[in-house]
Design a protein around this ligand. Structure first.
Ligand SMILES: [Zn+2]
Length: 465
């Protein structure tokens, strides 16, 4: 018997696009062997007969401790990563906004402080540029070298101090490209929104559904059209976050076919909900940006995920308290935009995707783990079951039936957008770097065990391909 060795025996292992019955052996933090390992002398043997053995999920779009629209998200590095762990997420990448007058490098220090003694799973940082001056541009190579090669900018939220103009975006993209990085963009046209919102408010159209009316698909499509232009002009790499429009999807698909380096993700809520939710009395729960769209758009997003026109799915976790969401109850434009979703993504995408026949099992693993790890430089340590990779592993019962609701979730919000959803499949155990951190209903992870992930993008020609 070898101490410190664990063998997961006889599960259906998903790796390299295939599913087969294999054993997985890990020692300490890393996977030591995968295959037919029946005579292994591991000290701990877990019978995974009838279970799926999957790589830990990777969520590269979360907002922890996020100060936004006059409030702050209730997910900090403890509550946020705890909920993440219950949802099978063993790596997150969080956004860190450059504070007014603050150096870009400080975005990394700020998160190191927030995560210290708190994080339960491994974490990385995307700096968000809010002041695109020369000093900021000069620090881009520094943050890339410090393991944060993906920077985000916003094409809207001018009043919140987040907007960056196209001329500056192009400069940032070029500097980032030279340093080996990639620019992520929140694609919504600010001018159109700033024209629509006051008009609707003036007409007394203040209910939650008008948030969606103020940001129709054209708002997103127009911004994406400009991104395609920037990609053409600069040759740099772009990543469109939370894609939610069919025309935007077509623009990106066309650009990729012409060899431009634009990749897109969508988010869980666009695949689960439609804009009908905004018509409900409690519609403020579903106010997010871009807004939820119609059922036809939702079908197209699912199809594009299936054939890799959309590379992956993130949560865009933005968890504001009910009190904060209520700011928008009579004024959609005052509602903090965002849906708490760091925990349910894996379960929802399996249940709605694999169990309903929209995604193959290997494709599901790709969109929740492998693609985010590859695109954002967490690979090869994260995102796949492979010898030498971190032993971030999920044991999953594909037959379990249960109902998701606020009472089954562990997020820190006092409300849930996900209620009474019939689920197929359930996570039984989660390992992070070989340590069992979730066992059924119990979270055993010690506060502060999560480590900073120093990220490096793969060969630029492939990273965003
Ligand atoms: Zn976001």
């Amino acid at each position: 018997m070898e101490k410190g060795w664990t063998l997961i025996r006889g599960g259906q292992v998903v790796r390299g696009g295939t599913v087969s019955r294999q054993d997985v052996l890990f020692q300490g933090e890393r996977i030591a062997a995968i295959g037919e390992l029946s005579d292994s002398r591991a000290a701990v043997v877990i019978d995974a007969d009838g279970l799926l053995v999957l790589p830990g999920a990777v969520d590269t779009h979360v907002h922890l401790n996020d100060v936004f629209m006059g409030t702050v998200s209730v997910h900090d590095y403890y509550t946020g990563t705890r909920a993440a762990a219950y949802g099978g997420v063993t790596s997150i990448v969080d956004f860190s906004n450059q504070v007014p007058g603050g150096a870009l490098a400080r975005t990394l220090e700020d998160k190191r402080e927030e995560a210290s003694g708190m994080a339960l799973v491994d974490w990385g940082v995307h700096p968000v540029i809010t002041e695109p001056n020369q000093a900021t541009l000069d620090q881009i190579p520094y943050v890339v070298a410090a393991g944060a090669p993906t920077i985000k900018c916003y094409m809207t939220y001018r009043e919140d101090g987040l907007l960056t103009e196209d001329e500056d975006l192009k400069k940032i993209a070029v500097h980032l490209g030279e340093a080996g990085g990639m620019l992520m963009l929140h694609a919504e046209d600010n001018d159109m929104i700033e024209e629509n919102v006051p008009r609707l408010i003036e007409q007394g159209k203040t209910a939650p559904i008008y948030h969606a009316r103020s940001k129709p698909p054209e708002v997103e499509t127009e911004a994406i059209r400009r991104i395609v232009g920037m990609a053409e002009e600069t040759g740099a790499r772009f990543f469109v976050v939370h894609l939610a429009s069919a025309d935007g999807l077509d623009l990106i698909t066309g650009a990729r076919e012409r060899g431009l380096r634009i990749t897109a993700e969508t988010c869980t809520h666009y695949l689960i909900f439609t804009d009908e939710m905004l018509e409900r009395e409690d519609g403020i729960k579903w106010i997010c940006s871009p807004p939820l769209r119609d059922a036809e758009t939702q079908d197209r997003l699912w199809m594009a995920l299936g054939d890799d026109r959309i590379a992956m799915v993130s949560s865009d976790d933005a968890a504001y308290s009910w009190e904060a969401k209520l700011l928008g109850v009579d004024r959609f434009d005052r509602c903090p935009n965002g849906i708490p979703g760091i925990e349910p993504r894996f379960h929802l995408l399996y249940s709605e995707g694999v169990a309903k026949g929209r995604l193959t099992l290997p494709r599901f693993v790709e969109i929740v783990s492998t693609a985010p790890a590859n695109l954002f430089g967490l690979a090869p340590r994260k995102g796949s079951l492979a010898v030498g990779a971190d032993a971030d592993i999920i044991l999953f019962d594909p037959e379990a039936r249960w109902t998701m609701g606020g009472d089954t979730l562990h997020m820190a919000t006092d409300w849930s957008a996900y209620e009474d959803i019939e689920m197929v499949g359930r996570i039984l155990k989660v390992f992070s770097r070989g340590e069992l951190i979730v066992d059924g209903e119990e979270c055993m992870a010690e506060k502060g065990r999560g480590r900073y992930i120093h990220r490096t993008l793969l060969d630029p020609r492939h990273a965003a391909g």
